[in-house]
Design a binder for this molecule. Structure first.
Ligand code: URA
Ligand code: CA
Length: 442
């Protein structure tokens, strides 16, 4: 297979053959194709796209580029949830224990923070002692025993995606529907999920900024999952502001615990219930979405969701007392309000900038090797549509380096747009995309 010919072919807008796509994925996985040729091909794919057959083929080749997780020893359907990434997006920590408390089996491989978005592994590791490393046997046993586990990916899963994703990140080739769809779905298929619920974010904090691009991405992923024979569906949900109020690792764990304890709610809970209800349907536990929501709500109100989180933290070596006393989570030394510069209504937010602001405070990494500070981040004090007066807090910074406060405050003030007119509120749930069906809610 001649890689230069493949680059020229894709540059001219032609489709690659299954053999060529296989050579591409294998060459990425084993390092035999140099980075400059992989990068050139990625850029050609980014600019010229891939048809549905090519995208499905790339997904399967990436899935088979390494090992796969075998979850068949677990009774019942293992159901997984995956978000394309957002800010204040803590749905995993809310819905995994709730779904498990309802009888679902959730064997979840999560990721670390990437760019402006947070990662569930970093959040879990902010709980004292909590580990996200397990052998496959331990992982399967934990899910069998308590219904849920959230751990990091093992080294040999989808090595082709690992190589390509690292290049995409530094060559401006992340925002491509076929590349994102094949990257995400290959990992979900390799991780052994029996059924998959996807949360495709849209808006100013999402990978995809427009609704049409987000629906196209959701459709591409659902079609691949269907071809692979896995029950799959996607919700397209809003990321025009941080989903929860807390942004930062321990802060997001605190918010998840507050929700499971019945002390908090809002959009984060709403989206968690919508996704979790569909996981229960996919697992064959709930008859329909309404039944799923009723079951999730019962697990929330009866406290069995929080109980399940406690069990999961214990099983992963962490201090589960945080579930009853959130002050045992890492605490920042300085707490500083960011005031509104003028009167008006909160009209828009640059959610990506808010995510980067938390990253700058130490909640995320700029380089893979950076250490994160689990305690730091910010808490939003306003939501879109709120009326504010000059001087009232827009957000509160939780920081350990006071010298970062001034710049962070200024960035937040410019990321949160205040106008005189009361704005129209964006929807939270835009669409549901299932095999053969797209339902628009907005
Ligand atoms: N997340 C992934 O895993 N892959 C992408 O391409 C984008 C987001
Ligand atoms: Ca099984």
């Amino acid at each position: 297979m001649n890689i230069v010919e493949m680059i020229l072919k894709k540059k001219a807008g032609e489709a690659l053959s299954p053999e060529e796509i296989r050579a591409f994925a294998r060459g990425a996985a084993d390092g035999s194709i140099p980075d400059y040729q992989l990068s050139a091909l990625l850029m050609a794919i980014c600019l010229r796209g891939m048809n549905a057959e090519e995208t499905a083929c790339l997904t399967m080749e990436m899935m088979h580029s390494g090992g796969t997780v075998d979850l068949t020893a677990i009774d019942g359907v293992c159901v997984d949830k995956h978000s394309t990434g957002g800010v204040g997006d803590t749905t995993t920590l809310v819905l995994v224990p709730l779904a498990a408390a309802c009888g679902a089996k959730v064997a979840k491989l999560s990721g670390r923070g990437l760019g402006h978005t947070g990662g569930t592994l970093d959040k879990l590791e902010s709980i004292p002692g909590c580990s996200v490393e397990k052998t496959q046997e331990e992982f399967v046993r934990q899910v069998q025993e308590i219904g849920c586990a959230v751990i990091g990916q093992t080294h040999d899963l989808c090595p082709a995606d690992k190589a390509l994703y690292a290049l995409r990140d530094v060559t401006g080739t992340v925002d491509s529907v076929p590349l994102i769809a094949s990257s995400i779905v290959s990992k979900k298929l390799a991780s052994g999920a029996g059924a998959i619920v996807l949360d495709v974010k849209t808006g100013s904090g999402a990978l995809m900024h427009t609704l049409e691009d987000s629906v196209t991405l959701a459709r591409a992923m659902v079609d691949i999952g269907e071809q692979a024979g896995r029950p799959i569906l996607a919700l397209v949900t809003g990321m025009d502001q941080p989903l929860g109020t807390h942004v930062g690792n321990a802060l997001e764990v605190k918010e998840a615990i507050d929700i499971l304890a019945g002390r908090a709610g809002g959009d984060l809970l709403t989206v968690s219930l919508e996704l979790g209800a569909r996981m229960l349907v996919a697992a064959g536990i709930a008859a329909d979405v309404a039944d799923g929501k009723a079951r999730m709500t019962e697990a929330l109100e009866g406290g069995s969701g929080l109980d399940r989180l406690r069990q999961m933290i214990v099983a992963q070596g962490g201090d589960a007392r945080v579930c009853d006393d959130v002050s045992l989570l890492p605490q920042a030394r300085h707490i500083i309000d960011v005031p509104a510069p003028r009167d008006g209504y909160v009209a828009r937010m640059d959610t990506t900038a808010i995510g980067y602001c938390a990253q700058d405070l130490g909640a995320g990494r700029k380089k893979k090797t950076d250490a994160i500070d689990p305690a730091v981040g910010l808490v939003m004090r306003v939501r879109l549509g709120d009326a504010v007066r000059a001087g009232e807090p827009l957000a509160t910074l939780y920081i350990n380096k006071p010298e970062l406060a001034q710049e962070a405050a200024e960035r937040l003030q410019s990321a949160i747009v205040i106008e005189e007119e009361k704005p129209e509120l964006p929807p939270l749930i835009y669409a549901a995309v299932a095999p053969g069906e797209t339902i628009r809610y907005a």
